[in-house]
Structure formats: C-alpha cells, structure tokens
Design a protein around this ligand. Structure first.
Ligand code: GCW
Length: 693
C-alpha cells in the first residue's frame, strides 16, 4: 500500500522562481490591474476630492494626444439618462470630454477612458454612454474584529482594527481606488456572523476613518449587524423587534452612526441562520426584524440587505427552505429592505441551479449574493475564473412574469419596479501582498465589479480587459491565458462535483473531498446531498422526492422534474439515478462520471502546460507563484476524483474504465487523511496528499 507523502518541493520552487529576491510591486501583484501604470506604487492624488482624484488619474496615466476635459453638471444641467453615477465620453479629434451629473460619475468615466487606453478600445470619434446596472454594487467582507477572515484565503483582514483610528495604512486608499476603477460603491466591512462590538462607539470611530478615506472614491461603508446587539450592548433583556424599547435602541444607534458617518450605506443581516440570533428567537418573522432595522435607518437614507440564507437540520431538503420561509412574507417588507439571496438554493456549490426564490417574490426587492472567495473551489490554491458561473445565474430565466424574467432582469428592477437595486459579492480580499492569495484570483474581484456595473458584459470581454491590464496585451499571452481561464470553472466542476453532485467536501475548511464524512447535523454530512447507495446516486428533488422542483415556475418545474429533459449538468441535483442509467452519450451514469472526472483532471493538467508556454511574457515572480499553484490544482483534481469515485465504487461495484487514469491511493488511505484547518485559513501546499502528475 502506498503512503501519502507530503510535498515541500512546491514551496522551494516558488522561491527558486523569483531567484530569492524581493519582487518589485509590479511583480508581486500588489498593483492589481494597474500593472503597467507605475513602476512601484500607485500614485494617489494628494488632494482628496473626487474631481481631483479623477484629474490626477488623467494627469498620471492618460497617454493620448487629445486633451481630456471633465464636465460635471453638478445639478445645474442635469442629464437625466446618466443618473447619479453614469457618464458619457465624447471622443473628438482634439479633445475627449467626459460628462456626468456627479463627480463620481466623472471618476468612473475617467477609469473607463484609462481602461480603454490600456486595452486598446479607444475610439477616434463618437460617444460612449454608461449607466450602472445596479444602484448598489456591494462587496461583503466576512472579516472579524480579531483579524481572521471567515472563508478568507488571502491572509488576515485588511482592516487593522487595533491600529485604527490612529494608524492609517496605504492599502485602505489603494483598495478604494481599485474598487472605484471597477465601479464598486458599497462595502460591508465585517462578517455576517457579526460581532456586536462593531456597533460600539469605539468601533464606529474606526469605521469612520475608513469611510472618510473611501468617500472621495464613491465608496460607502456598511456594516453587518448582530441582531442581538441591544441585549449585548445595553441593559435591555431582549432584542425582540416588536418591543418598543428595542426599536428605540436601534433608532438611537442609527442616529449615532449617521452623526459619525453621514453617508453610511446600511446594514447586511444574517438572522436565524447557522446559530445567529434573529427575530424568530422571539416568535417574530424575518419581516418584523428587517422592518424594525429598516425603519431606524430610513430617515437617513440607509438600506437593509436581509439575507435569505436559512436552513434547519430538521429540513428534509435544505434547498427548499428559503422559499418556504420568505414566500409567505412577500409584500410585508418595507421599501428600504432588499432580500439578499445566494445564487443557488444550497450554498455556493461549484454548480447549482439558480435559487428559485429569485422567481417567487413579487412584492419584495431581491438581490443576488455571489461568492468571490473560493470557499468550495480550492481556496486560493486553485485558478477558477468565476464570472461564467455568476453569469449563468444572472442569465437564468425564472419565468416569474413569463419569458425573459431572468435573475438579472428581476434584480435590476426591470420585471417588477424596484426602488432599490443591488448585487453583493463575498470578497476574496485580505492583507496578502497580492490582495487575493492567488495572482489569477484578482480576476474575480475585477469581474464582480464589472458585472455589477453591466450584467450584459461577456465573461470573455471582462477577462480580456483584466489580462491586458494585469499582465500584457501581447497576443501570445492573452489568447492562451484567456482560453485557460475561460475553461477553468467548468474544469473545477468536472474534477470536484460533476453532473449536479454537491457538498461532497471535507468538513475541514471545505477543502478537498470528504464524501464519507458524518456530522452531528445531518445537513452538514455529505451523504445528505449525494445520497450514494447501492441503488444509485443523486438527490431526488422531483415530485416523487422532496418536490423542490415545484418551487420553480413552469416550464422549469416540468423540465427539471423529467429525467429526460433535466439538463445533464444538473441531473444528480434533481434526480436519484441507478449507476447503470443510460446517459445521452450512450454511456452508463457510472462511466459518464468517470469520464467527466477524467476531463477535469486532464484540463487541470493542461493549465500547467498553458502557463509554461507563456513564461516569456511574465515576470519570474508571478510566473513562479502561479506555476506552483497550478501544479497543486492538477494534483487536487486527481485527489478529488480518486476519493469520490473510490467511495462511490463501494456502491456501484463497477470498474473505472481502463482508459481513465487509475487511482493512486486507496480509499482507506484517503479516508485516513485529515486536514486540520479552520474556517479562516487555506491549507499549506505541503500539507496536501502527494500525487504523481
Ligand atoms: O457558505 C457558508 C459558510 C459559512 C458562512 C455561511 C453564510 C459566514 O460555510 O462560513 O458564514 O455560508 O453565508 O452565512
């Protein structure tokens, strides 16, 4: 029996690749997508008004011959089609004029112009007009006051709470600038599993410092709140939303916050979910809870982003619970509440169908929550470009009001009129020098911002922009790297959980496979989801099973319910099928799984080769870092396949086809292997099982 060996080589390779030198800022990835702009550090404007920041960007980075004029209507000559944050760029022979109703519109227009210069998309004449798809383009940080980041794989928190409000790090402003360059205008600074201390006077002074730094960049701060804060922070014995003293406490707290941070954006709330307190603790509803908070911040223009991520261990199908809890409350939420819904009905799995809740609420504003951090997709060790997955969700037709009621159209307020529209992304940002832990994961931060600005942009276009601004515009680099990254999400689905299998992860950090694991809660055990047994595999959510299909509007309900019409990439999400079920390819389900995993393995292996082929275009440091991680990704792909297929084989009793690579470790070895990591870290490369490539 082979033993699992540990690797240390990867780490050595990384140092060798950079020759042991300290890399320049342009090489270590700290400059993000401003790579080619400066030699060392981003040059930030010395005067911090929005217009001077825009002017500084032009002065520093605009290389064109035409003069650039910035014209803000500033409320005089309002151009209604541009709204609060939109802009137009008029390209003329000798002059380019950027116009907007507000200074922040001009700043966005400025970043657009510079981006066009960097990516070769300038025009010689004509006008470009841009208006954001959503009013609130929100980052959610799952950062804790003790500097840990839940599901954070890029070091510690960017926010150094102990040092604030006195010490100010340059990263705060660099962060704001990076967000402004891609149109992000709201940031929730702390974890939705919220520490009540964030609302104390002491912390609000710290938050104020960040808000002041972000303000000229058009970025507003929000906080996650702990619903039991009144109980924690005052003498009140309850946090019951219908208790007038509790409501008054929140009103006073809101007044205090707005006196310190006048443009505070609002609250994100995780209530009655995974042990967090909420209105149900007092026999009240989500609407009672959300409305109380909403009323407290309404006079100041704030919003409440109330999450719909709810599930209980007693539920026979967790995927149904959000609709069950929220549909009866449709119409009860006040107009500054938006229900924040994860893209899928379970939890950020590599592939989920869209959450049916998007297509159910008719009198309630809803927004999508995407996960930028790769909790379930190899953390910051794997290269997975996520825009195709998010776009798959946004483009999904819910049929709520007939054809064309896509998730994008609904959340943009185009199907039912919305007062407020928003989209959130759980960030992958930490204090790591390259911000995101993996050089290529910066693309996901970038893509989220660009998508929040314009949901129609294609994954290819966004990626093309990012690659050119982050590395080089050389065709020999852009084409293969774009192809590689475009294939990466589908590859991750194939090597982790193809065909609708979900949640077969190891409990420790959600890194690596653990289909055999059990937990005190049934809904935290992989078998709850994959249901592999002698008679087959998959979760029966049809009308004969959990009936989750019923939550989808027709024709989707029938399409998912019928095994013949259910898309095969989700077939085991909706159906429990025998191992010898005949797939459209003519193969058995078992063989199809084996070959799909194999494709994932081969593709991940291919990413290494692609990267090696572009070595001459990349600085040694970033090249080496990415190469090391791609190697681990390829090994992890085999690890996933080995673990899942060997585990399933106990039930299918069918062989892995001879033309697939054969497992390198036995099921027993893999079961004995245990990662010991928390929810706040990513495993070290040398702590993972060894595999031959
Ligand atoms: O994806 C799960 C994570 C939890 C997270 C939770 C949530 C912040 O495993 O770490 O908690 O979702 O979204 O609230």
């Amino acid at each position: 029996m082979k033993k699992i060996k540990w690797i240390a080589a990867a780490v050595l390779l990384c140092c060798a690749a950079c020759g042991g030198k300290t890399p320049l800022a342009t090489e270590n990835g700290h400059n993000l997508w401003f790579h080619s702009q400066v030699a060392d550090k981003p040059v930030l404007a010395s005067e911090k008004t929005t217009i001077s920041i825009a002017q500084n960007e032009i002065n520093q980075y605009w290389k064109g011959k035409s003069a650039v004029k910035l014209t803000a209507f500033n409320g005089n000559q309002v151009d209604s089609k541009l709204g609060d944050e939109g802009y137009s760029i008029e390209f003329g022979k000798n002059q380019i004029e950027i116009k907007a109703n507000s200074q922040v519109g001009l700043l966005y227009g400025t970043f657009d112009l510079i981006r066009r210069q960097q990516t070769g998309n300038l025009f010689s004449e004509g006008t470009v007009t841009e208006v954001p798809a959503y009013q609130y383009r929100v980052l959610n940080h799952w950062d804790n006051p003790n500097l840990t980041v839940e599901r954070g794989f890029a070091g510690k928190s960017l926010w150094k709470w102990k040092e604030l409000p006195e010490k100010i790090r340059p990263e705060y402003e660099e962060y704001a600038r990076a967000n402004a360059s891609i149109g992000i205008n709201y940031t929730v600074l702390n974890n939705v599993n919220a520490d009540p201390c964030m609302l104390t006077a002491e912390y609000l002074q710290k938050v104020k410092v960040l808000a002041d730094i972000f303000r000229p960049y058009g970025l507003k701060v929000c906080l996650s709140l702990n619903f039991a804060a009144p109980k924690h922070l005052s003498d009140l014995k309850t946090s019951d939303p219908l208790d007038p003293a509790v409501a008054q406490w929140w009103k006073d707290k809101a007044a205090e916050i707005y006196s310190i941070i006048p443009d505070f954006g609002g609250f994100c709330v995780k209530a009655n979910s995974e042990g967090q307190s909420g209105p149900q603790d007092y026999g009240r509803t989500h609407a009672d809870g959300a409305n109380m908070i909403a009323d407290a911040i309404k006079p100041f223009g704030g919003i409440v982003m109330w999450r719909a991520f709810v599930y209980a261990p007693t539920s026979p199908d967790r995927a149904k619970q959000a609709v069950e809890e929220f549909l009866p409350l449709d119409g009860e939420f006040h107009d500054n509440v938006i229900i924040q819904i994860k893209n899928g009905p379970v939890d950020f799995q590599p592939r989920e169908p869209f959450s049916p809740l998007f297509g159910k609420l008719e009198k309630t504003q809803v927004m999508a929550e995407m996960q930028i951090t790769q909790e379930y997709m190899g953390h910051s060790n794997h290269m997975v470009y996520l825009h195709p997955m998010w776009k798959e969700c946004l483009d999904s037709d819910t049929y709520e009001k007939g054809k064309g009621s896509t998730v994008a159209a609904i959340t943009e307020g185009k199907v039912m009129p919305y007062k407020y529209t928003a989209i959130a992304g759980v960030t992958n940002i930490g204090d790591s020098i390259n911000w995101c832990g993996h050089q290529l994961a910066q693309a996901n931060w970038y893509a989220f911002g660009r998508m929040a600005w314009n949901t129609d942009l294609s994954s290819e276009q966004i990626l093309d922009e990012w690659i050119k601004q982050t590395f080089t515009s050389e065709k020999g680099f852009v084409e293969p790297v774009s192809k590689m990254m475009m294939a990466s999400h589908e590859a991750a689905v194939k090597y982790e959980m193809p065909m609708g299998i979900h949640h077969a992860f190891a409990g420790a950090g959600h890194y690596g496979p653990g289909p055999w694991e059990t937990s005190s809660r049934p809904d935290w055990s992989p078998m709850y989801y994959h249901k592999a047994a002698k008679d087959g595999i998959g979760f029966d959510r049809t009308m004969n099973g959990s009936q989750a299909v019923e939550q989808y509007n027709e024709p989707l309900k029938s399409m998912y319910n019928n095994v013949e019409t259910c898309p095969e990439n989700l077939i085991l999400w909706f159906h429990h099928l025998p191992w010898d079920y005949k797939m459209k390819s003519g193969r058995t389900l078992w063989d199809e799984l084996c070959y799909t995993f194999q494709e994932g393995i081969d593709e991940a292996r291919g990413f290494m080769d692609t990267w090696k082929s572009v070595e001459k275009y990349v600085d040694a440091y970033r090249f080496g870092q990415v190469a090391v991680k791609l190697e681990r990704q390829a090994k992890d792909a085999i690890w996933w396949r080995d673990a899942l297929m060997l585990y399933f084989q106990q039930y299918s009793e069918m062989p892995i086809p001879a033309d697939c690579t054969q497992p390198q470790h036995t099921l027993d070895e893999l079961r004995r292997f245990r990662l010991r990591i928390s929810n706040y870290e990513t495993p070290a490369l040398d702590a993972l099982p060894e595999y031959q490539l």
